[in-house]
Ligand binder design. Structure first.
Ligand code: SF4
Length: 686
C-alpha cells in the first residue's frame, strides 16, 4: 500500500457524484484481506479487493464480496439486551455496562477474581486494541483465565513447532519446489495461502495433499494420500522410518542442528511397516515412495493444517511432522519450512507486571499449554463446573464466539453455560450463546469499527458504516474499564493514540499506517538466522527429542497412540467434523441469502458403498449418533469421503454435530478435544 492515502475522493459521471475510496482490511476471517470501499455520502456503493495488498492481491472470497449482506444480517443485534424475568429485553448502553460492572464486582467480592473467564473468538484474534484491552482487563481484575478459540484450534500445532524449534514454521511458497498440504484445504480455508499456493504451482512446484477427504485442494494436487482419520502420526513415522533406514536423511544437518536423533532411531525401530499399513490404510510402498520424494527434493516444505491436531493424539502427530522436516534438513532454509518475521506491537503483560498468584484453569491437566500461551485451557471448564471444583468458572464473558454451537459436546457446554452465575456475550448477531446470556452487548462488524489489524502486514481497519447502536469491541471494553474505575490504566485516550501506542516497537504511527502498511519491512522469511545463531529451545538446537516433554512426563519422542475412540460394533464409523466450505465461517452466515444458496440445509457425507449397504440414498433422513448424542440429518452420498468414515460440517443449529463430539477425551498435551477421529453410527429413518 506504499504511498497511497487510505481515503481518496473522486467524482463519477456528469452529475459529479462524490465517490470516496477507503482502504481497509476485511475482518470476517483471520486472513484480513485488503479491501477497498467506495462510498457516496453515507452509502457504500462498492466493495472490492485491494490490488496492492501483498497477500490477497486484489482478491476477496465470496464472504468478503458479500460483506454488506453480512453487516445487514437479519440476526444483527442493534441494541444492548438485559435478561429481565427470563427474557432478553432491549436497554441502553449505560444500563447494560452498569449491570456488567455490577456483576463483575459482585463476583470478585463473593467468589474471587479467578472465578471469571474471558473467552474470545476468531473475529477478535486480529484486533490489536481489543486484544490489548482484554489482556489488561484480566490482569487488573485479577483473573488468569483469559482464553480463546486457541483452546480448540491452531494453538496445538503452534505449540508442537515451538517445542521442536522454538517457533512456528510455514512453507516458503515463493521458492519451494514441492509442498505437502497435510490436513489442510487452503483452496477454501485461506485466501492468502491459496494465492501463494497457486503461484507456486504456476512456477512448477509439485503438490501432494494428505487428507482423508477429496477436498478442493486435491483437485490441483499431483498426488493425494488418504490415511484413516487420526493416523497421520503413524504415516509420518513411516516416512521417518523409510528415510532413516534408507539413509537419505541430511546427516550434516542432523549432526549440527538437532538433538535426540538416537531416540528417533529407537522409536522407528519399534514400529513395523505392516503395523503402519494397517493403522493408516496406506500401503508401505506408497509411504516409502512419498518419503523418498520428500527427502530427495532439496526445496520441499509442509503446510500443517487443523486436521493434524484436532485429535487426542494431535500434538505428537505435529511433532512427528516436525521431526520429518528436521531430519531431512528442511528447516530455516530457502524453499523449505521457514520462520516468518512478525511486526511487533506493544503488549500489556510485560515483566513489570508480576504474574497473578493463581495459575490458569487447565494448568494441572495441560501445563505446557497454559505456560506457553499464558491462558486457560477452556475445554476443562465444563468438567470443573460439573464437579463443582474450586477451579470452577462462575462468570464468563464471551467476545465474538458462539461456543454453545462450536465447542464439543454441546449438551455439556450448554449445561456449563446455564450453571454460570452470569454470562455476558459481546457479538454482532443473536447466536445460540447470546440467547443463553444475561447481558448481550451489540458489537460492530469490521466495516463499523476503527482498529489495528495485527495480521501481517499491520493495517488499519476503518469505520465506514453504523448499524443500530453496535459499538466496536475496543470501545465496549473501554466502557467496561470506565465502569470499573480503571480508565486511567488505558495508555491512550483515542483511537489514533491507541494505534500509535501499539505501533511503538515498529517506530511507526497511526498516521504512517494511514499512508502505507508495513508490508515492505515485515512478514518476510527470516532464512538462516536460527541455523546461524541457534534455535530458541532449551538446548539451542532443534529438539527431535523434547526436553520440555521429558520434564513434564510426556513421551519426548512422537510415539504413535491410537485416537481415544475407535470404531466398534455399536458405533462402526469414524466420525470426522469441521471441513470448510467457502460460504460459511464456522457457525456463521447460515441465514445470509447470498451465501446459503448452495448449502441451504445440513447434511452429512457418506461413501456410496456404505450408503448402499444400509439402503441409504442421497437426501434420505437419518439418525447420526455417538456415545454423547444424536441428531436427525440428511445423507449426502459422495465418493469424496472414504469408506467407513462420516464427515459433517459443524455450525448448524438445527443439526448440531457437536452434540456428538467429545469435550472430555482430550489430547493430554494440548487439551485439544477430538473433533476429527470419533466413532458414530448411522441409522436410516423409516
Ligand atoms: S478470506 Fe474472505 S472472509 Fe477472510 S478476510 Fe479474505 S475476503 Fe474476508
Amino acid at each position: 500500500m506504499a504511498g497511497k492515502s487510505a481515503r481518496q475522493t473522486h467524482s463519477r459521471g456528469d452529475n459529479m457524484e462524490k465517490i470516496e475510496k477507503i482502504k481497509t482490511v476485511c475482518g470476517i476471517c483471520v486472513d484480513n484481506c485488503g479491501m477497498e470501499i467506495e462510498k457516496s455520502g453515507d452509502k457504500i456503493t462498492k466493495i472490492s479487493g485491494l490490488k496492492e495488498h501483498p497477500f490477497s492481491k486484489g482478491k476477496l472470497c465470496i464472504r468478503g464480496m458479500n460483506a454488506l449482506d453480512i453487516a445487514n444480517s437479519p440476526s444483527r443485534i442493534k441494541k444492548p439486551l438485559i435478561k429481565i424475568n427470563g427474557k432478553l429485553t432491549e436497554t441502553d448502553w449505560d444500563d447494560a455496562i452498569n449491570e456488567v460492572c455490577r456483576l463483575l464486582e459482585k463476583l470478585k467480592n463473593d467468589k474471587g477474581p479467578q472465578s471469571l473467564a474471558v473467552y474470545f473468538g476468531d473475529p477478535i484474534i486480529c484486533q490489536g486494541l481489543t486484544l490489548y484491552l482484554l489482556r489488561l482487563f484480566c490482569y487488573l481484575y485479577g483473573t488468569p483465565n483469559l482464553c480463546c478459540t486457541g483452546s480448540i484450534c491452531n494453538i496445538s500445532k503452534v505449540m508442537a513447532n515451538m517445542v521442536t524449534y522454538g517457533r512456528w514454521t510455514s512453507p516458503h511458497y515463493e521458492k519451494t519446489d514441492y509442498i505437502i498440504l497435510w490436513g489442510t484445504n487452503p483452496l477454501v480455508s485461506s485466501l492468502r495461502t491459496r494465492n501463494r499456493l497457486l503461484e507456486a504451482k504456476k512456477r512448477g512446484a509439485k503438490i501432494t495433499v494428505i487428507d482423508p477427504r477429496i477436498t478442493e485442494s486435491v483437485k490441483i494436487a499431483d498426488k493425494h494420500i488418504a490415511p484413516k482419520p487420526g493416523t497421520d502420526g503413524a504415516l509420518a513415522l513411516g516416512m521417518i522410518k523409510t528415510i532413516i533406514e534408507e539413509r537419505i536423511f541430511d546427516f550434516d544437518f542432523v549432526e549440527r542442528y538437532t538433538v535426540g536423533f538416537n531416540e528417533i532411531l529407537a522409536l522407528t525401530g519399534n514400529i513395523s511397516f505392516e503395523e503402519i499399513e494397517s493403522l493408516t490404510g496406506i500401503s508401505a510402498d506408497e509411504i516409502k515412495a512419498l518419503a523418498r520424494e520428500f527427502a530427495m527434493i532439496e526445496k520441499a516444505s509442509i503446510e500443517q493444517g487443523s486436521s493434524l491436531d484436532q485429535h487426542t493424539n494431535g500434538n505428537q502427530t505435529v511433532r512427528a511432522v516436525a521431526v520429518l522436516l528436521s531430519i531431512t534438513g528442511k528447516i530455516d532454509r530457502e524453499g523449505c519450512n521457514v520462520f516468518l518475521k512478525v511486526a511487533p506491537t506493544s503488549q500489556p503483560l510485560t515483566k513489570d507486571m508480576p504474574p497473578l498468584s493463581t495459575p490458569p484453569v487447565g494448568t494441572k491437566e495441560h501445563p505446557i499449554f497454559t505456560r506457553y500461551f499464558r491462558q486457560a485451557q477452556a475445554m476443562t471448564f465444563p468438567e470443573y463446573s460439573e464437579k463443582k471444583d474450586s477451579n470452577q468458572i462462575r462468570g464468563l464473558i464471551v467476545d465474538g464466539s458462539n461456543i454453545a454451537l462450536t465447542w464439543p459436546n454441546s449438551a455439556k457446554t450448554v449445561n456449563f453455560l446455564k450453571g454460570l452465575d452470569f454470562l455476558v456475550t459481546i457479538d454482532t448477531v443473536m447466536s445460540e450463546t447470546a440467547m443463553l446470556s444475561d447481558i448481550v452487548l451489540p458489537a460492530a462488524g469490521f466495516l463499523e469499527r476503527d482498529e489495528l489489524s495485527i495480521q501481517q502486514p499491520l493495517s488499519l481497519q476503518r469505520k465506514v458504516l453504523q448499524i443500530g447502536e453496535a459499538m466496536a469491541d475496543n470501545l465496549i471494553w473501554e466502557r467496561i474499564f470506565d465502569g470499573l474505575g480503571l480508565r486511567d490504566k488505558i495508555p491512550w485516550s483515542n483511537i489514533e493514540e491507541g494505534i500509535t501506542y501499539l505501533l511503538k516497537p515498529t517506530g511507526k504511527t497511526y498516521y504512517d499506517l494511514l499512508e502505507s502498511s508495513l508490508d515492505e519491512s515485515f512478514h518476510t522469511p527470516d532464512i538462516g538466522k536460527s541455523l546461524e545463531n541457534g534455535f530458541p529451545t532449551k538446548s539451542g538446537k532443534i529438539e527431535l527429542s523434547s526436553s520440555i516433554f521429558k520434564e513434564t512426563g510426556y513421551s519426548p519422542v512422537p510415539k504413535f497412540e491410537l485416537p481415544a475412540e475407535i470404531p466398534d460394533k455399536e458405533y462402526p464409523f469414524i466420525l470426522t467434523t469441521g471441513g470448510r466450505i467457502p460460504q460459511f465461517n464456522h457457525s456463521q452466515f447460515r441465514n445470509i441469502a447470498s451465501l446459503n444458496k448452495t448449502n441451504p440445509i445440513p447434511s452429512f457425507e457418506i461413501n456410496p458403498d456404505d450408503a448402499e449397504e444400509r439402503g441409504i440414498s442421497n437426501g434420505d433422513e437419518c439418525y447420526l449418533s455417538s456415545r454423547r448424542g444424536k441428531i436427525k440429518v440428511k445423507a449426502k452420498v459422495t465418493d469424496k469421503i472414504m469408506k467407513g468414515v462420516i464427515h459433517m460440517l459443524h455450525g448448524w443449529s438445527e443439526a448440531n454435530i457437536n452434540l456428538l463430539t467429545d469435550i472430555e477425551a482430550r489430547d493430554p498435551i494440548s487439551g485439544f478435544p477430538s473433533l476429527k477421529s470419533l466413532s458414530c453410527r448411522v441409522d436410516k429413518i423409516g
